[in-house]
Structure formats: C-alpha cells, structure tokens
Design a protein around this ligand. Structure first.
Ligand code: TYD
Length: 144
C-alpha cells in the first residue's frame, strides 16, 4: 500500500460502519469479514482492556496501517486529527465500527470502566509504521 494515502487522509474520510447484527433472545452476534465490511485483509487483532480510570491511549499516527476500531464493551472517545482539522467520535456500541485510514493522529480518552477497545488491523505490528511525535506528524502531513 502506498504511503501517499497517509499524506492526504482527512478526518472526514473516517467512517462509522454499522456492522451486521444477528439478534436472538440468547444475545447478539456482530460480524466483520475481510473485503466485505472492511476494505482490507485483517492481519492482526488486538484489544485494550483493564484500562485504568483516566488513562489515555493512542497519541500517534500510522504511515500505512488501516484499522477498524470497535467498542466491544463499554465506551470511549477517539479524537482524530489530520493536521488541519480535528474530529471527536464516541464509540459506545459493539455494533458500530470506526474505519481509520492511515495518516491520522489519534488520542483515545474517556474509557468507561470495563471497556474493551477491539482493533482489527491491516498489518502486523511494526514500530517503523508509527509517528509518535506530533511535530513530526505535522511535518509529515505538510510536506506531502
Ligand atoms: P501502542 O500502539 O502505542 O498503544 P496505544 O495506541 O493503545 O496506546 O502500543 C503500546 C505498546 O505495545 C508499544 O510498546 C508497542 C506494543 N505493541 C506491540 O508490541 N504489538 C502490537 O500489536 C501493539 C498494538 C502494540
């Protein structure tokens, strides 16, 4: 995947997807399938849990990684930043998934007690894909 997408991505490119949901009196199922619900192959799944009250996560951008983020339990907010504009999204429903292109700075805040942040990612973990310094991120976006 080209890094060009990360240079040009905007907070308005981020979409909230309603996942298919199968309901029964015994509970619900929501489904995510490669190249149907999401436009990439999932190569990694990770999840944040046992997040202490007041903890913030994120504080970085990715150069190529695409992610689908789901509040599998509880709620939290994601503050997105493309270098020009910011956007805040609350995730509080396991039936809704936020599709993030690369090239967006993100902060995850206001985790409710017992919340679980489930992330489906397009690539394996690679520290070289991270931009962890905000000034570096601004430089990256401005010098596309
Ligand atoms: P990081 O992505 O910075 O966490 P968050 O955005 O949720 O605050 O990752 C935190 C640490 O965990 C960092 O040292 C990298 C490591 N890590 C892995 O080794 N593999 C992974 O798949 C992820 C997501 C993180």
């Amino acid at each position: 995947m080209s890094i060009k997408e990360a240079y040009h991505s905007k907070v308005s490119d981020v979409i909230l997807i309603e996942l298919p949901k199968i309901c029964s009196e015994k509970g619900n199922i929501s489904i995510v399938e490669n190249n149907k619900i999401i436009p990439f192959d999932v190569n990694r799944i990770y999840y944040l849990y046992d997040i202490p009250a007041g903890s913030d996560r994120g504080g970085h951008a990715h150069k190529e990684l695409r992610q689908l983020i789901i509040a599998a339990s509880g709620s939290f907010k994601i503050i997105l930043d493309d270098g020009l504009n910011k956007r805040e999204v609350t995730l509080n429903n396991p039936n809704k998934a936020l599709l993030l292109p690369p090239g967006l700075w993100r902060e995850l805040i206001d985790f409710s007690s017992g919340s679980i942040c489930l992330v489906l990612a397009s690539q394996e973990y690679n520290e070289n894909d991270y931009i962890r310094n905000y000034q570096e991120f601004k430089f990256f976006k401005e010098n596309k």
